[in-house]
Design a protein around this ligand. Structure first.
Ligand code: FA5
Length: 337
C-alpha cells in the first residue's frame, strides 16, 4: 500500500512539473488534490488493510502525499503566473527609443513674465500684492473714483457692460473693469491705513485693436495711504521702481496731467539709457473725494496712486512693434522672450 502511495505521489509530481499552462495546473488540482482526486481515492483501500497500525501508517502517508502534491501545485501555479505576467509585460512593451530627444520646455508668456517680475520688484520695495474682481460695479469703477454719472472722463473708458442686474442696483451698473483703480477703493474699504499695495490684473475696454491697443489688457495699480504723504514720495517711489525694474541706467519724470481720481495728476515717463523717453502710465495724489469714498478722512490721511499697462510696458521694453503680436500665439514670436 505504501509503495502505491509513493508511486501515485511521484506520478502526480511528474505531471505537475510537466504542466505548461495555468489551465493545466487547474485541471491537475481537481484531478490530483481534490476531495475525489486520485490520492484521496486511495483512502477507500484502507479498509482492506489488516492491522490498525497499517491503516494508521497508510492514512498518514496519504495525507502527507496530498500535502506534498498541494505544495507542488501552488509552486507551479506561482511559477506559471509570474511567467505569464512577464510575457504580458513584454508583449505590451512600447518601443520609445525613437523619442529619446527630450521635448522642449515651455516658459511663461512675455506678459506673465513681466507681471511676475513687477510683483517681485514691488514686494522688494515693501509693497503687498492684492487683487480685485474683474467684474465690477459702476460705483467702484467710476463713481467712487470721482467720476459721477455724466462725468466727461467716463468717455475715456469705452466700457463693456455685463448683462446682469445686481441684487441692489440697476441694469447697466455691472461692468468689466476698465482699469485697476477700483482696487484702490476696495482696499481702502477693507483695510486700515497705512496702506502700501500693488494690484496687478486684467482690464477691459471697447478699444479697437491696433499697434498699441488691445480690448483686453493688463494694468498694475500702486496705492500708498499714510500720514503726511506728498508728491515727493510719489516721485521717489516711481524713481526707485524705475531703477529696480528697468536698471540703474534708467530715469523717470512726471508730467502734469489730469485724472479725476488724483489731484494733482501726472503722467510718468521713463528714460532709456540712450536718452529716449517712453510714456508709462498715470499717477497723482489720491483725490480727497476718493479718500472719502474709501471711508478715510482726508484731513488725517493722504496718499498717492499710479497705474500703468503691463502689456504696453513689455512691448516697449522688448521693442515689440505691435502689441497684437503678443496675443497671436505664434510660437516663433513667443519663443523669443
Ligand atoms: C488709467 O487707466 C488710470 N487708472 C491710471 C492711473 C492710476 C492714473 C492711478 C492715476 C492714478 P489710462 O487710461 O491712461 O489710465 O491707462 C493707463 C495705461 O494703460 C496706459 O498708459 C497704457 O499703458 C495702458 N493702456 C490703456 N489702454 C490700453 C489698451 N487698449 N491696450 C493696452 N494698454 C492700454
Amino acid at each position: 500500500m505504501l509503495t502505491d502511495i509513493t508511486a501515485a505521489r511521484d506520478a502526480a509530481l511528474t505531471q505537475i512539473a510537466a504542466a505548461a499552462t495555468l489551465d493545466e495546473v487547474a485541471l491537475l488540482t481537481t484531478r490530483l488534490a481534490g476531495k475525489k482526486g486520485e490520492l484521496a481515492q486511495l483512502k477507500t483501500k484502507l479498509g482492506a488493510l489488516e492491522t490498525v497500525e497499517e491503516k494508521k501508517a497508510a492514512g498518514q502517508a496519504i495525507n502527507e502525499a496530498i500535502s506534498t502534491v498541494g505544495d507542488s501545485l501552488d509552486t507551479q501555479r506561482e511559477v506559471l503566473s509570474s511567467a505569464a505576467l512577464a510575457e504580458q509585460v513584454e508583449s505590451e512593451r512600447i518601443d520609445l527609443t525613437e523619442f529619446t530627444k527630450r521635448p522642449a520646455r515651455g516658459h511663461a508668456h512675455l506678459v506673465t513674465q513681466a507681471w511676475e517680475r513687477l510683483e517681485d520688484v514691488f514686494i522688494g520695495l515693501g509693497f503687498q500684492v492684492v487683487e480685485g474682481p474683474e467684474v465690477e460695479t459702476d460705483w467702484h469703477n467710476f463713481e467712487a473714483l470721482n467720476m459721477g454719472d455724466g462725468h466727461p472722463a467716463r468717455g475715456e473708458f469705452d466700457t463693456l457692460f455685463v448683462d446682469h442686474i445686481p441684487p441692489e442696483g440697476n441694469a447697466g451698473e455691472t461692468l468689466l473693469r476698465t482699469h485697476t483703480s477700483p482696487v484702490q477703493i476696495r482696499t481702502m474699504l477693507e483695510s486700515e491705513p497705512p496702506i502700501y499695495i500693488v494690484a496687478p490684473g486684467r482690464v477691459f475696454r471697447r478699444d479697437t485693436p491696433d499697434a498699441t491697443h488691445m480690448p483686453v489688457f493688463h494694468q498694475i495699480e500702486c496705492l500708498v495711504i499714510d500720514r503726511g504723504i506728498t508728491m515727493a514720495d510719489l516721485a521717489g517711489t516711481i524713481e526707485a521702481f524705475t531703477k529696480a525694474f528697468f536698471g540703474a541706467g534708467f530715469n523717470s519724470r512726471l508730467r502734469p496731467s489730469y485724472f479725476p481720481f488724483t489731484e494733482p495728476s501726472a503722467e510718468f515717463d521713463i528714460q532709456r539709457p540712450n536718452g529716449e523717453w517712453i510714456e508709462l502710465g498715470g499717477s497723482g495724489m489720491v483725490h480727497p473725494n476718493v479718500l472719502r469714498a474709501g471711508g478715510l478722512d482726508p484731513e488725517e490721511w493722504s496718499g498717492f496712486a499710479f497705474g500703468f499697462g503691463i502689456d504696453r510696458m513689455a512691448k516697449e521694453r522688448h521693442g515689440v512693434e505691435d502689441i497684437r503680436e503678443m496675443y497671436t500665439n505664434d510660437i516663433r514670436f513667443i519663443e523669443q522672450f
